[in-house]
Design a binder for this molecule. Structure first.
Ligand SMILES: [Zn+2]
Length: 581
């Protein structure tokens, strides 16, 4: 029933999955060859396929049956899968890649960002205030102005905004707009009043209420101080979350993201997001696969019902936990061994979850015993080092296991920590776009030596550490082409490092694509299900407008997605192939 050639290409897992289907379908389809064989639902031909499968790195064609890849090879090899009902797509010689798997995103916040006032490219405090004022005019009574992704480093001088800037323009509308890294927000006076924040309010552990010379709050709240505000912001309803997730799904499909690993963003609302995803799954509207990591603070919820790492369906899984070691470089709250060079004495801040560190250690040990996967945000070298200590303690106390510890961001490494990072099998879950963004000003904050081990992609690979790539959307754009471009060029957004910022840390296009596909699949225990275009795997693929392996690296950022397939179904179709660069 199956030719030897196709058998050779079917791995065991794929064969067992495919066989029952083949038995049913084979009797119904008879091809002109006289051979009886199931017909594919979808066939992509005349393509330049980069499979990310080391055994067969390139191919011309692929066939899909019932959501899975059943054949990969030359046009001739795959032709035998054609039947009268097969949807045949001529790729016109374009590049086909496995669907991108974003290992770190905040999906509903991303949808919210698509809907929100956009402050990210405001180039001055006046422009920033103007956009908020315009939004305030459209804001209904009782609603807040949120999100925004402002970035004061794009202004001159790059000073933090204050409530005085927006108070006269926002009237009775409460405002709490976020810095793009999520580690700071600016409130107006109305919002501060709602939250009860005054000159007398002490800084919470792990947070800072920024104050003026007289000790009055300026409206800027750093890290855990933002929780004072989250408590009074009305939570999104499930209906609103579904709407935002649908916006985000459409955007994801248009940029070729077929899987996303959704990380708690510190506001402990991940269960509510999960409810929205679950509803969408039930309605057959999830057009992208999600792995959801709620807050580690709530580890018992999953632990007590026996959910373990990577539990769920091919579209929606849980069993991971997101924790926080520290803040961010941008907010000067990443936790370092040595102080920031531009703010003497400031080593950054451990997160609220690390107050005290022993509480985090205990939580991690118990969560690991329950079989849950640990994904921990750590940015400063000391923050990373402390989490590696805890991970080492877990291995010591519970013995070796396939647990796939992750450090999210792994931004600024101590030279001494690369080896044990590898030895503990920790996955570096990184977002290459941050390198070209933070690279504009990182050296001014931490000096040359520490900057040389910042977003150290090459050093990680050289030490045998696995990379999983993502975006951290909406902190950075979701578009994976920007991530690949960033990893390959390290050309900072200000245009000051066209040859690459610490160019010795650049990756090849193949390595960057692998980080975004197999790397992120491994990071969620799904390397046998996705991450490459291989027989037996889920048929998640993208056709892109240009061959990113042969064009100039600087042009990769402009490459568009032509078609996106999830489980063999078209979820994005630009109709026409995008114009070449
Ligand atoms: Zn994040």
């Amino acid at each position: 029933m199956l030719s030897l050639k196709s058998l050779r290409r079917i791995n065991t897992a794929g064969l067992y999955r495919a066989l029952p289907i083949l038995v049913v379908v084979a009797c119904c389809v008879s091809l002109t060859t006289g051979q009886s064989r199931p017909a594919a639902d979808l066939m992509i031909r005349h393509a330049k396929i980069w499979t990310v499968d080391a055994a067969h790195p390139t191919a011309q064609a692929a066939a899909v049956l019932r959501g899975r890849i059943v054949a990969v090879g030359s046009d001739a090899d795959v032709e035998a899968w054609r039947g009268p009902e097969t949807q045949v797509i001529d790729a016109d010689g374009k590049l086909v890649l496995p669907g991108f798997n974003d290992a770190h995103c905040h999906f509903v916040s991303g949808g919210q960002q698509l809907d929100a006032v956009d402050l990210n490219d405001a180039t001055s405090p006046v422009e920033f205030a103007h956009r908020i004022a315009e939004r305030a005019k459209l804001t209904a009574k009782g609603e807040w102005i949120l999100a925004g992704n402002w970035d004061e480093t794009k202004w001159t001088p790059g000073e933090l905004p204050t409530k005085e800037l927006i108070d006269p323009l926002t009237g009775s509308v409460p405002v709490f707009v976020s810095r793009y890294d999520g580690h700071m927000g600016l409130a107006n006076s109305v919002a501060l009043r709602f939250a009860g924040i005054t000159a007398q309010t002490p800084d919470p552990p792990g947070g800072v209420i920024v104050r003026d010379a007289r000790g009055n709050p300026t409206g800027a709240l750093k890290d855990a101080a933002q929780d004072l505000m989250s408590k009074v912001i009305p939570p999104l309803s499930t209906e609103q979350r579904v709407h935002l997730a649908e916006r985000a799904l459409a955007h994801a499909a248009s940029v070729g993201v077929t899987s996303c690993q959704n990380m708690d963003n510190g506001d402990n609302q991940t269960y509510s997001d999960l409810a929205a995803f679950s509803l969408l799954q039930e309605q057959g509207k999830l057009t992208m696969r999600l792995y959801v990591a709620p807050s580690i603070v709530d580890w018992k919820d999953q632990g007590k019902i026996g959910v373990r790492r990577a539990f769920g369906t091919s579209f929606l899984r849980i069993g991971a936990l997101k924790g926080y070691a520290d803040g961010s470089l941008g907010a000067r709250t990443a936790y370092f061994f040595e102080p920031f060079v531009d703010t003497p004495g400031n080593h950054g801040l451990l997160s609220g979850q690390m107050q005290p560190p022993s509480a985090m250690r205990e939580r991690m040990l118990r969560a690991d015993a329950a079989g849950l996967q640990l994904c921990t945000h750590a940015i400063g070298d000391q923050g990373i080092s402390m989490i590696l200590d805890f991970y080492a303690d877990i291995v010591k106390e519970h013995g070796a296991a396939d647990r796939r510890f992750r450090i999210e961001h792994a931004q600024h490494m101590a030279a001494k920590d690369f080896d044990r990072f590898a030895k503990l099998g920790v996955i570096a879950s990184m977002q290459p776009y941050h390198a070209i963004d933070d690279g504009r000003w990182a050296e001014g904050r931490i000096g040359h030596d520490r900057a040389s081990r910042t977003y150290a992609f090459r050093s990680f690979l050289d030490h045998g550490v696995r990379l999983a790539f993502g975006s951290d959307w909406p902190v950075a754009p979701l578009n994976p082409m920007l991530g690949v471009y960033a990893a390959v060029t390290r050309a900072t957004l200000d245009g000051k490092n066209p040859g690459g910022w610490f160019p010795e840390q650049k990756l090849t296009v193949a390595e960057a694509v692998e980080g975004y596909t197999m790397g992120s699949a491994y990071a969620e225990f799904q390397e046998n299900e996705k991450g490459s275009i291989s027989v037996g795997k889920l048929a998640d693929m993208v056709i892109v407008g240009d061959d990113i392996f042969s064009i100039q690296p600087a042009k990769i950022r402009d490459v568009k997605v032509w078609k996106t397939f999830v489980g063999g179904k078209v979820v994005w179709d630009a109709k026409r192939p995008p114009a070449s660069n």
